[in-house]
Design a protein around this ligand. Structure first.
Ligand code: SF4
Length: 698
């Protein structure tokens, strides 16, 4: 373990936010070791071990970049001073606003930003730019489960209980989640539960590492999880497993859901999902007869045009069985991005203000405007969500100048060819990043920003635990952190008095802005976080212990009861046909994170995962004449991508899987369907129709 000069901080990647100690090793970057922090308890995955490689990476941006010919975005970049780069940005903002009005400037944020930066970005958009159009890449990640949680419980916190509770649950139903690959240190909680005799059931079209370790694996057709959940509820009702007392005293709306579930006879569900009735019944029995049981969803269930309703269907099942609020029981969603939870609480969403307040709520507007020192009427209303904003780039009445922070949308947004075209249609694109990402490569101005170990701030992990991110070393000369950049830019726009570049000052303001809201941070201080291994929100005052477990007594709805909401199966927006006969589902692999902008540059990670692989079942490979390592082209209605073949019987024969961490010719998001969920505006990443063909040998 660390010495006295180690700095305790957290891994920059996923929402587990493993604790790490950074030991100075000049002239090289600090050495990383895992700590016994309560999330990882000494564990770390390959991404965490490699994270320091980024700090002195040769690709690091160390100076702003501008185009040699400002009028031609195809002209080469050249280094520039901050003064010149910011001058170009301010000129572009002013030109857009004068020609097309205030909403012609848009902001695109990221779920990896610290709470301070996410908060400041929302305020920057509304107070400095005075635009309604700010959204972020979390729209591609957590938005469906967040919407469903808010509808049912009146609050959205990924896990409403600490991670340690996973080890105590006697049954866990895990839907569309693969923590063995995406956050391996979290498996210690699942493993401890299994060692103590717990039953774990995994629902996934692939027999993933997580599924292989489970008690039972349900392998449905992609896009049918909602039907599966309603089918499980049907069985629970018919076999008398529902908790009528809990339903009567703690919920509303069950009758409509009971009626809807009555149509989901097991034979129909078996036809829709491909999961046999025996497994359906065994799943219900395991959930209903255990002393404690959890239902957890993740992106596999949520990244659909029916993602919100699918999460809702599993919440309905959990409520019918009386699980939420009982010890070691309930519904939760496993957040993906490092600050996926905090990133959606502080106002970088098109429809929200800090504290998870609705931007169209007059009381919320008055409260936040009061903290910001502006007139509530000055605050813009709701703006366009992520994909809608991208669709409107460069269009009449749309966004003409876009500022992108911590997001590589050319790789991570659906239908990448359309995204690239949309970015080209902009009058001006500004990207703040640590590397020249695929998105930054299309920009007019690129601004080099500080990295995780070079900044102070807070992150909120998948449990709702607020953590400290600490500065271990200063940013390289010439690099500014985003808070400094925002306050400098605000100053040039004549709104500087509203912005601080000091993370502590920003956090204190965030606490006041969040006070009384759903995500209430008022009682959380940097000192408490340090002393208490993080503090769980809501925490309304400094004497409050923070809230590890939600819903034991009441839900956060006006009548304190959870809401059942009737939901029904709908076919996927893009069914397979003769031209596109296979289902593509996309996802993550252990060595890479999100768009791969960071992890694709890590030497150690590249050694084991340097090229993207498409998974095909041996039957499909035989049928198509594909052997292992052959080059395979996938083609959808939107584009093409080429991968090396990974032939494996862990996937259904009618489905192929491709990771989305790569850009260029192997971009899975060249294929994906941008059809949006009607409530969360989540794109349909997890299912589209493709043709598959061998195009080359190994
Ligand atoms: Fe932990 Fe996630 Fe970082 Fe891996 S990527 S070390 S699981 S925080």
């Amino acid at each position: 373990m660390g010495t006295s000069v180690d700095t305790a901080t957290h891994c920059p990647y996923c929402s587990l936010q493993c604790g790490v100690a950074m030991r100075p090793a000049p002239p090289r970057p600090p050495v990383i070791e895992p700590t016994e922090f309560p999330t990882n308890r000494g564990g770390l995955c390959a991404k965490g071990w490699s994270a320091a490689e980024l700090l002195d990476h040769p690709d690091r941006l160390l100076t702003p970049l501008v185009r040699t010919d400002p009028a031609d975005r195809r002209s080469p970049f050249r280094p520039a001073t901050w003064d010149e780069a910011l001058g170009r940005v301010v000129d572009a903002i002013r030109t857009s606003q004068e020609r097309y009005g205030l909403p012609s400037v848009g902001v695109f944020g990221g779920g990896g930003l610290t709470n301070e930066k996410a908060y400041q970005l929302g305020k920057f958009a509304r107070v400095a730019l005075r635009t309604p159009h700010i959204d972020y890449n979390g729209r591609f990640c957590m938005s469906s489960a967040a919407t469903a949680g808010n509808r049912a419980f009146g609050i959205d916190r990924g896990l409403p209980f600490p991670l340690a509770d996973l080890a105590e649950a006697q049954t866990i139903l895990l839907v569309g989640a693969n923590p063995a690959e995406t956050m391996p240190p979290a498996m210690q909680y699942f493993d401890a539960g299994r060692a103590a005799g717990a039953t774990h059931i995994v629902v996934d079209p692939r027999r993933t590492a997580t599924a292989r370790g489970a008690t039972m694996h349900l392998q449905p057709t992609p896009g049918t999880d909602l039907a599966l959940a309603n089918g499980l509820l049907h069985i629970a009702i018919r076999e008398g497993y529902v908790d009528e007392d809990y339903i009567a005293t703690r919920t509303t709306g069950f009758e409509a859901v009971r009626q809807a579930a009555s149509k989901y006879w097991p034979d129909r569900v078996e036809r829709l999902t491909g999961v046999d009735e025996t497994q359906l019944r065994a799943t219900v029995r395991a959930l209903a007869t255990a002393g404690s049981a959890m239902i957890l969803t993740a992106r596999g269930a949520e990244q659909h045009s029916t993602g919100t309703d699918t999460a809702q269907a599993f919440i309905n099942l959990a409520l019918a069985l009386g699980l939420p609020g009982k010890p070691y029981s309930g519904y939760g969603t496993i957040t993906g991005q490092g600050n996926g939870q905090g990133g959606r609480e502080h106002g970088q969403k098109a429809d929200q203000l800090p504290g998870y307040r609705r931007i169209d709520d007059p009381a919320a507007r008055a409260h936040v405007a009061g903290v910001w020192g502006v007139d509530p009427d000055e605050l813009p209303g709701p703006g366009k969500s992520a994909v809608e904003m991208l669709d409107a780039l460069g269009t009449p009445g749309g966004v003409r100048t876009l500022l992108v922070f911590a997001s590589n949308i050319v790789v991570s947004a659906p239908d990448r060819n359309r995204v690239r075209e949309s970015l080209r249609a902009l009058d001006f694109l500004v990207v703040s990043d640590i590397f020249l990402s695929e998105t930054a490569a299309q920009a007019d101005v690129v601004l080099p920003t500080a990295q995780w170990a070079e900044e102070e701030g807070t992150m909120t992990n998948l449990e709702g635990r607020v953590l400290r991110r600490k500065q271990v070393l200063p940013p390289p000369d010439g690099v500014l952190d985003d808070l400094t950049f925002m306050s400098t830019l605000a100053n040039r726009l004549g709104r500087g008095e509203f912005f601080s570049a000091d993370p502590r000052v920003v956090f204190d303001e965030l606490r006041r802005a969040s006070a009384g809201g759903i995500a209430d941070y008022a009682g959380i201080t940097y000192e408490r976080i340090e002393k208490e291994d993080g503090v769980f929100w809501p925490c309304p005052d400094e004497g409050h212990p923070g809230t590890q477990r939600l819903f034991a007594e009441e839900f956060a709805t006006p009548d304190k009861r959870a809401r059942f909401i009737r939901v029904d199966h709908r076919d996927v927006p893009e069914p397979t046909d003769l031209e596109y006969p296979y289902v593509l589902t996309t996802g993550r692999i252990m060595q890479h994170y999100q768009s791969g902008n960071q992890t694709r540059r890590s030497r150690s990670l590249q050694m084991t995962a340097h090229d993207p692989r498409v998974e095909l079942h041996p039957d499909l490979a035989r049928q198509l004449g594909v052997a292992a390592n052959d080059l395979v082209e996938l083609r959808s209605r939107r584009g093409r991508a080429v991968f090396r073949a990974l032939v494996t019987d862990t996937i259904r024969p009618d489905t192929v899987f491709a990771p989305f961490h790569w850009g260029g010719a192997a971009s899975a998001n060249a294929l994906t369907d941008p059809t949006l969920d009607r409530y969360s505006r989540m794109p349909s990443f997890k299912v589209c129709a493709v043709a598959v063909a061998r195009v080359g040998g190994p």
